[in-house]
Ligand binder design. Sequence first.
Ligand SMILES: Cc1cc2nc3c(=O)[nH]c(=O)nc-3n(C[C@H](O)[C@H](O)[C@H](O)COP(=O)(O)OP(=O)(O)OC[C@H]3O[C@@H](n4cnc5c(N)ncnc54)[C@H](O)[C@@H]3O)c2cc1C
Length: 561
Amino acid sequence: MPRNTPFTQPAPQLANQYTDDRVLRSYLARTLPPSVLRDIEPQLTEMGGLAGGPLYGFQLDDRLNFPQHTVFDPWGSRVDRIEVSPLWRAAEQLAARHGLIAIPYERANGAWSRVHQFALAYLFTASTDVYNCPLAMSDGAACALSLSGNESLMQRALPHLTARDPAEFWTSGQWMTESTGGSDVGLTETVARHDSDGSWRLHGRKWFTSAVTSQMALTLARPEGNSAGAKGLALFYLETRDRQGRLDHIVVHRLKDKLGTRKVPTAELTLEGTRAVPVQGLHDGVKHIAPMLNITRTWNSVSAIAYMRRGIALARDYARKRVAFGAPLAEKPLHLDTLAGMQAEFEAALHLTFFLVELIGRDEVGQLASNERDLLRLLTPIVKLTTAKQSVAVVSEALECFGGAGYVEDTGLPMLLRDSQVFPIWEGTTNVLSLDALRAINSGTAFEALGSLLQDFAQSVTEPRLLTVARQAQEAFARAGRWLEGAAANGSQVVEAGARRFALTLGRALSLALLARHAQWASDNERDERPLAAALRFSRHGVDLISAAEDVGMSRSLALD
Ligand SMILES: Cc1cc2nc3c(=O)[nH]c(=O)nc-3n(C[C@H](O)[C@H](O)[C@H](O)COP(=O)(O)OP(=O)(O)OC[C@H]3O[C@@H](n4cnc5c(N)ncnc54)[C@H](O)[C@@H]3O)c2cc1C
């Protein structure tokens, strides 16, 4: 007689990540013209099938393959060869073939091309081990070069960055951070020297260069003789390898040993006379790289929601399979309450992110009025910082939904948390972006534009409970405005100290208003009350962080003494 076989827990599984995603599908159905949706849906279904099926399996199998840096060849020549994981190699091919960078530049669907691209990127991201990082920078570089007016660089690099043929496809790095500062890039020490032959060569150390396998990079350097600070920096284009395929006067010291994003080869390197070309004059490099940052920050927001969605999709499936105290977790009211809270945060973040994506798409075809452009300037940092924080919280909760299994590496779950922890750090930390949001408000009409938007959304809902939450969003916004006025009267220290609470209040208020608008539409057009439940739940989580503003002096002694 066989002995009792021990209990084996069925693993969580993923369905097609497009067809199974009620929130994305409902958003697209409301937003896109039917002809555009019909056009792109087969591709979304295909990507959703890959992401929930073979790519997810590949990702689990590839778990222990990390980038390898070979410093010397067998005969002692310095080669700095970097091999990425098999999944990364496959992800590159897939990204090129699906046009993940090409779509918004081909612009086949006009203003909706960005929604198309980012819906696809959202599906692709959680199954490809942060390959979204080089994609974000490549898209950012394509955008910055397109706006630079530098025809020769555009002709050289854009066909590669937007190629659909993997053999032609290039990715770009974004080399800004030095050990002196990633936030305060005005401290950049890299120097650009003008050679006697008229070419520029860069000398300096870059402290974080992600996806160092890229064929090109946009970077900051100070032309010799320029003033200190951000204004004296110029934006440079460089190609990492020479015609023989050797690194062009670049020495890779090591790959960073990181908490997460471990599949991304992030290097510390020195430029020892690397050839480079100024992209747009010899000053104001930080200003000229801003279009790149706007795009990479948006990729960050899209990635943040992709990770939330992945954590929730796995936790949901597991809730149906895992039995505790005589019933599946899916029948335990408290577990369901936990999942509902995560889902509400995710739905809010998705609507917030895709609203930003819509603005970018409309901007690129010249459809934005000047106050909407100001709004886009404000929302880029707000959406990035809001969704990044949500992602870490939701993914952390998702791991807890698996109990001990959520903490065990070969489930693939811990990687989700480690990877999402980077979202609030790179592309501008929460504090740095909060201060950027204040600059955006001070330099245009964005705040007023946001107020009008919240009013429009409140007017677009009729369901009494949705009306209440839309007003809650307006009230939080109004209180934020009053706080800003009062704080400004008390000096810049008071404004700075409250900047994060202020920015998060704007992000959460807009999220709530967007949820309310969508819930009204879903109720009217899809007879679906779940978006309404999400709006009500999100409103109870709270949107107004201003009311908790602290005293600056007390914070100082609490923080440091
Ligand atoms: C995995 C990974 C990959 C990366 N890849 C790249 C890359 O490819 N290219 C690149 O250029 N960089 C890259 N970075 C660097 C990243 O962008 C920086 O780490 C980030 O911008 C923060 O800069 P820092 O590390 O110098 O921190 P600091 O600027 O020293 O910040 C430290 C702390 O101070 C806070 N702070 C700073 N200024 C203020 C202020 N005025 N008021 C209040 N608080 C403030 C910050 O919020 C943060 O909490 C990468 C980082 C990571 C983790």
